[in-house]
Design a binder for this molecule. Structure first.
Ligand code: GUN
Length: 281
């Protein structure tokens, strides 16, 4: 079997075009502020891509770049100012943060109504309770890719590899809320390969280059690869050994061009959702 390729780049482009049309028809410009602290090069690439995509969609987007030595109090002051600014609908603090800053203190400080990353415990709690809220961008992008591929999670055995607060945990909850039977596997799971082989939908988000081998994939499984890693030869690779897995899977996302572009599209959609919800009171 050769797997169907799930083209996240194309789906994200279509959604961004549709969103730009929606934004152009609004009587105001939704505002996004992306905060970057320090000079992590990968974060620099991500932040530039988010800012550019936001501007292309017609959002009022600005990046606030703070020095590596920024204190927690200084970053909190920036977040509080953005919370109070009526022109700002969405706030995203790019992670990771330098070690002198407690990540939780910063994420807790973001107004939940402007939390377009969906990382505030209020939004996490809403997801846990199956209530509406702002949902983390990457897992939301994965759900849209599944929908586009015509894959219904209802009743399906889904395995999520990874339990991070950014991807794994919210991913498991979204699949559960969509009536999948969900297993969350992680670094302490006794037999990862055996868990993966049971999956009809396999979402891999562990950040380990090509951890998931071809024989971990059940025949016909839908494989979603969230990982973005540098392989031994410097190439960008996912958490899944793509060529091997493609021989078993029914459908698979490439890296790059799979989940990554969907994360950005969902960030823009979350910003518009937050802008509309704030104005609806
Ligand atoms: N770092 C890696 N992924 C993300 C993300 O989705 N949001 C933020 N804020 N930082 C990240």
């Amino acid at each position: 079997m050769t797997a169907r390729i799930l083209d996240g780049k194309a789906l994200a482009a279509r959604r961004r075009t549709a969103l730009a049309q929606q934004v152009a028809a609004l009587p105001f410009r939704p505002g996004l502020r992306v905060v970057r602290v320090g000079d992590d090069p990968a974060s620099g690439v991500y932040v530039r891509n988010k800012d550019r995509a936001a501007r292309e969609a017609g959002l009022d987007s600005e990046t606030i770049h703070l020095p590596e030595a920024t204190t927690e109090a200084e970053l909190l002051a920036v977040v509080h100012r953005l919370n109070e600014d009526p022109a700002v609908d969405g706030i995203l603090v790019q992670l990771p943060l330098p070690p002198q800053i407690r990540q939780d203190a910063v994420l807790d400080a973001v107004d939940p109504a402007k939390d377009v990353d969906g990382f505030h415990p209020v939004n996490g709690g809403a997801l846990l309770a199956g209530r509406p809220g702002l949902v983390p961008c990457t897992p939301r992008g994965v759900m849209l890719l599944l929908e586009e591929a015509g894959v219904s999670p209802r009743g399906a055995r889904a395995v999520v590899l990874g339990r991070s607060t950014i991807v794994g945990r919210p991913m498991s909850l979204l699949l559960l809320n969509a009536d999948a039977t969900v297993t969350t596997a992680h670094s302490r799971t006794r037999d990862l390969a055996a868990e993966c082989r049971r999956a009809e939908i396999l979402v891999c988000a562990v950040g380990r280059a090509e951890l998931v081998r071809g024989d971990w994939v059940a025949p016909g499984a839908i494989v979603i690869d969230v990982g973005i890693n540098r392989g031994a030869d410097g190439r960008l690779v996912g958490d899944v050994a793509f060529a091997e897995a493609s021989a078993h899977a029914g459908a698979i996302t490439p890296v790059p061009g799979g989940v990554g572009p969907m994360t950005i599209a969902c960030l823009l959609e979350n910003t518009v959702q937050a802008a509309l919800a704030r104005r609806a009171g």
